[in-house]
Write a protein that binds this ligand. Structure first.
Ligand code: NAP
Length: 256
């Protein structure tokens, strides 16, 4: 728990749901002030209200689309005075869309994944990093995936986007050596969030993804992120693969 004099600022993208919302809860409880972003501002407002009932922290909200470079730029400009003091950036906003074979896939789904998971993350990070360098430190946590290490049928482009997150994390850490900025890539297996609903477009199909097995929860990954952030300053957890016990590999799931 941080004292009032040492409150840190964390920016979490994609905080309206799932892992991002759970991470906001964890970091608020740990005493972080928060900047929370997503498209669904109403959801962020409800989250803010709930968090502030339990923790004395400042929370700034911004509703915009990570696919729109201009909207990211406007956010960076409008919130510059706070973002210049940012300690932590959690690049969490992302999605998978569709599970069709490559030859049948929808080009719009590809654009949506690449523009959100890769370009959005890049532009946001490019905006924040110079401020972290100026301040002399920071921690960037990227939301990768086991899909950033292994590929499965129908997942080529989502996996490509998460392979990119892994490459970006690697490259960033190397370019930032000596700047006191940590870069960590968190790579979860199956987590029960709105992820599969967004991907499949139907609750029934989404439920089938987790049928007969116990997936990770958003809180499990939030706790992992919180642990990574709370390591002493000289420790950088480079990457962390976290599977549910019932999932031994990206395509190997035990169901009861
Ligand atoms: P989720 O519940 O669907 O949350 C996704 C979040 O990303 C939402 O807050 C969503 O907010 C935001 N987002 C999506 N597209 C956006 C856009 N264009 N602009 C702004 N925000 C956007 O899913 P989740 O599982 O928590 O996903 C979080 C991250 O974890 C993603 O990067 C995902 O790839 C990764 N991941 C998930 C799993 C899993 O099994 N669930 C496993 C490994 C990695 P709005 O819709 O309100 O904009």
């Amino acid at each position: 728990m941080m004292g009032p004099m040492e409150k840190k600022w964390a920016l979490i993208t994609g905080a309206s749901s799932g892992i991002g919302a759970a991470t906001a809860e964890k970091l608020a409880a740990a005493g972080y002030n928060l900047v929370l972003t997503a498209r669904r501002l109403q959801r962020l407002e409800t989250l803010k209200k709930n968090l502030q009932e339990r923790a004395k922290v400042e929370i700034i909200l911004a509703g915009f689309d990570m696919r729109q470079p201009k909207e990211i730029q406007n956010f960076l400009r409008d919130q510059a005075s706070t973002l210049k003091n940012l300690d932590v950036l959690v690049n969490n906003a992302g999605l998978a869309k569709g599970i069709e074979k490559f030859q049948e896939a929808n080009l719009e789904d590809w654009d949506m994944m690449l523009e959100t998971n890769v370009r959005g993350l890049l532009y946001m990070t490019r905006g924040i990093v110079p401020w972290m360098i100026e301040r002399g430190g920071g921690h960037i946590v990227n939301m990768g995936s086991v899909a950033g290490r292994w590929v499965y049928p129908g997942g080529s482009v989502y996996c490509a986007s998460k392979f990119a997150v892994r490459a970006i994390s690697e490259g960033l850490r190397q370019d930032l050596v000596g700047k006191n900025i940590r870069v960590s890539n968190i790579e979860p297996g199956m987590v029960d969030t709105e992820f599969s609903l967004v991907r499949m477009g139907s609750q029934q199909k989404a439920d089938a993804v987790y049928a007969g097995m116990k997936p990770l929860t958003a809180e499990d990954i939030a706790e992992t992120i919180s642990w990574v952030l709370s390591r002493p300053a000289h420790i950088n957890v480079q990457e962390l693969v976290v599977y549910p016990t019932a999932q031994a590999h990206i395509g190997l799931v035990h169901r009861n």
